[in-house]
Design a protein around this ligand. Structure first.
Ligand SMILES: [Zn+2]
Length: 367
């Protein structure tokens, strides 16, 4: 999914050790409590009615926000974005904030992101509420399962898990947390078909989780990094329409232009990125870099880049006729790297060193 890179990274870290649980396909939840509480407060604000402290508290305590582990600063931004959008007395202030320069490095970046999303939701307020009441969410799930099945050959139904959905208000984004998909309602509203794809993408992650060697992968930063690249790279094939389109979408849905630029730069420098991963690993193997420093360096490399790097590689594999082979070993990051290495030279990309390849094989086969 297109992600709020910074928050997602934190959430991904929190969910590293989350275990997907198997539930039957029909037993999941679609939870609207958070977005419904949001609507109640928005109604009060629009009608200039008093919103009590307990109303805000109720909103922050909803399961969606609790799962997202929102902190005090997030609560403050949510409230401020809502008050700026829905209180008529704040119109001039709201307009001036929307017109101000907008960048990832702004101190009030999160507020500006939420405000854009809140104003966008408010523009279609009645229709958004209608969609919440009338949309066929069961059909959405069914379509997502179909999309996943179309992509994956020979799906083993006993590993097929359909995540719960929690709708809330936040930035225009979705996150996977354990066996749940957390979705901003306006992000859904703007393009429900896109959410079918997002959902199919998340079903892939949950399905893959059942087959991957979780213990070994999470025991080592390099294996974790390679796993993220493979996991996001293949999943992005399900619901993305190319790297440029993915980058452009970030700006369209409300992120500052810097994020689009960063995405495209990462794709353009993908070979250098992989080369750096190789050389850091060799430095570690040579004993010139202790594990803690090495871990810190490669985790910061992957932090924002699992999607652009992984997706670029998986697209190269498809281009080289390796899609079937890639899907045969979709849960094995070492096989993914081997396939990549087989086409790297002809694609003018960094070829991983023999030492690197031997090392990852050893790491992965440890008991
Ligand atoms: Zn993903």
């Amino acid at each position: 999914m297109n992600t709020n890179y910074f928050k997602t990274t934190a959430i991904a870290a929190l969910t590293l050790f989350c275990i997907f649980t198997t539930t039957s396909i029909s037993a999941q939840t679609v939870d609207f409590k958070s977005i419904d509480t949001f609507f109640k407060i928005a109604d009060k604000l629009s009608q200039n009615k008093n919103v009590k402290k307990s109303d805000w508290k109720k909103l922050y305590k909803t399961a969606a926000y609790q799962k997202l582990k929102i902190n005090q600063s997030d609560c403050k931004d949510i409230r401020e974005a809502m008050e700026l959008t829905f209180l008529s007395e704040n119109k001039a202030l709201c307009d001036s904030l929307l017109a101000a320069p907008y960048s990832l490095s702004d101190d009030d970046y999160n507020l500006k992101l939420l405000l854009r999303n809140c104003v966008s939701l408010a523009k279609n307020y009645d229709d958004v509420k209608n969609v919440r009441q009338s949309y066929d969410f069961e059909e959405l799930k069914a379509q997502a399962i179909r999309q996943f099945r179309d992509f994956m050959p020979a799906v083993n139904d006993s590993f097929l898990t359909v995540p719960d959905i929690y709708f809330f208000f936040n930035g225009p984004d979705g996150y996977a947390i354990g066996n749940s998909i957390m979705l901003d309602f306006n992000y859904f509203y703007q393009n429900p078909q896109r959410i079918v794809g997002t959902f199919a993408h998340e079903i892939f992650h949950a399905y893959r989780f059942h087959l991957k060697k979780v213990k070994i992968i999470y025991s080592n930063a390099l294996l974790y990094t390679l796993d993220r690249i493979q996991d996001e790279g293949i999943a992005d094939l399900i619901n993305k329409k190319g790297s440029e389109y993915s980058a452009k979408t970030l700006t369209e849905i409300g992120y500052p232009i810097d994020l689009e630029k960063m995405y495209l730069e990462t794709v353009a420098n993908c070979s250098d990125w992989l080369s750096r991963l190789d050389s850091l690993t060799l430095a570690h193997l040579d004993g010139t870099m202790p594990y803690d420093t090495y871990q810190e360096q490669i985790l910061s490399l992957i932090k924002r880049n699992a999607h652009p790097v992984g997706y670029h590689i998986s697209q190269l594999m498809v281009k080289n006729g390796l899609k079937a082979k890639m899907l045969d070993s979709f849960y094995n990051p070492i096989e993914f790297v081997k396939l990549y290495n087989s086409i790297a030279e002809s694609e003018g990309m960094h070829v991983f060193s023999d030492r690197f390849m031997t090392y990852i094989d050893e790491l992965y086969s440890k008991k």
